[in-house]
Design a protein around this ligand. Structure first.
Ligand SMILES: Nc1ncnc2c1ncn2[C@@H]1O[C@H](COP(=O)(O)OP(=O)(O)OP(=O)(O)O)[C@@H](O)[C@H]1O
Length: 269
């Protein structure tokens, strides 16, 4: 269900899904993880994707980024159906941040961020002035200037997360997607990364979609949220989602209860 929001006039839609079903094809049957997903994400929005373990967050992100095919329905990225994108063209529209998969931790921070320009460089991979400028800008906005000469294996999880976000910014796509960008971080750095994403969405007008288990932080910082649960999904502003009790039905209430006043979960005593 999508909850209508008023202040998206004059904004372009960056990602849209229509009647999307996601899941897996086995030999003779389909395993539908979620169906009837209808989303419209606008430029400049920070959107959090939440739901219990195994509900389908990664499956949704993989489908939206063409890593796996949809079972039904369409995904439009900048008005074009995602199936029709060539890989190189897709890389100029969409960047993906996955913490667990880093090709080489031997690269320096500077080199890793520069990889974000790969979709635009010529066949010898030569960086032009524009590329160097974008790399520099990405390093500055993520506050990693002091780290540029370090090798990635020397970084803490929080530092590495910032570097991966910098690479995505250097890629300079209208849409950035991150799968659990705050895993392994302490509470301060979780808030830091999410505030960074919020600032980037606002300052660069990029659309940023991320999955997270930090529901209370996401409620505080996101423009919109997608809440996946066993009955389907809800999509809207955090306040609207609290009002329609979307977070209350996310987990069985025998152990934890959602407190709509504080926007957080409390353990039942
Ligand atoms: N490669 C796969 N083949 C078949 N089923 C899969 C595959 N990957 C995931 N699934 C199933 O799809 C469902 C959704 O998994 P998914 O990883 O998308 O959940 P998630 O919300 O990201 O979970 P978590 O919060 O634990 O990371 C689960 O039932 C999972 O077992």
């Amino acid at each position: 269900m999508e909850i209508a929001s008023a202040d998206t006039e004059n904004k372009n839609i960056v990602l849209q899904t229509e009647g999307l079903s996601i899941g897996y094809r086995h030999k003779n049957n389909l395993e539908v993880v979620a169906a009837d997903i209808n989303l419209k994400l606008y430029e400049g929005e920070l959107v959090g994707l939440v739901g219990a373990n195994g509900i389908g967050k990664s499956t949704l992100l993989r489908t939206l980024s063409k890593v796996q095919p949809a079972l039904r329905g369409d995904v439009f990225l900048s008005d074009k159906e995602i199936r029709t994108y060539k890989t190189s063209e897709l890389a100029s529209q969409l960047s993906i941040v996955l913490t667990e998969q880093i090709a080489s931790k031997n690269l320096t921070v500077q080199e890793l961020v520069a990889l974000g320009r790969q979709p635009y460089t010529n066949w010898v991979g030569k960086l032009l002035d524009e590329d160097i400028e974008k790399i520099q800008k990405a390093i500055e906005v993520t506050h990693i200037t002091k780290l540029v000469n370090k090798r990635c294996f020397e970084l803490s999880d929080g530092q590495l997360q910032k570097v991966l976000i910098a690479r995505a910014i250097a890629q300079d796509t209208p849409f950035i997607m991150l799968d659990e960008p705050t895993t392994h971080l302490d509470v301060y750095h979780k808030a830091y990364i999410l505030k960074l994403l919020k600032r980037l969405a606002f300052e660069t007008q990029k659309t940023i979609l991320f999955s997270t288990h930090e529901i209370d932080f996401a409620i505080q910082l996101c423009d919109k949220m997608i809440v996946m649960n066993t009955d389907g999904f809800e999509f809207g502003r955090p306040k609207e989602l609290i009002q329609c009790r979307a977070f209350s039905s996310l987990f069985p209430e025998d152990l934890i209860l959602f407190d709509p006043k504080t926007g957080s979960y409390k353990v039942r005593h």
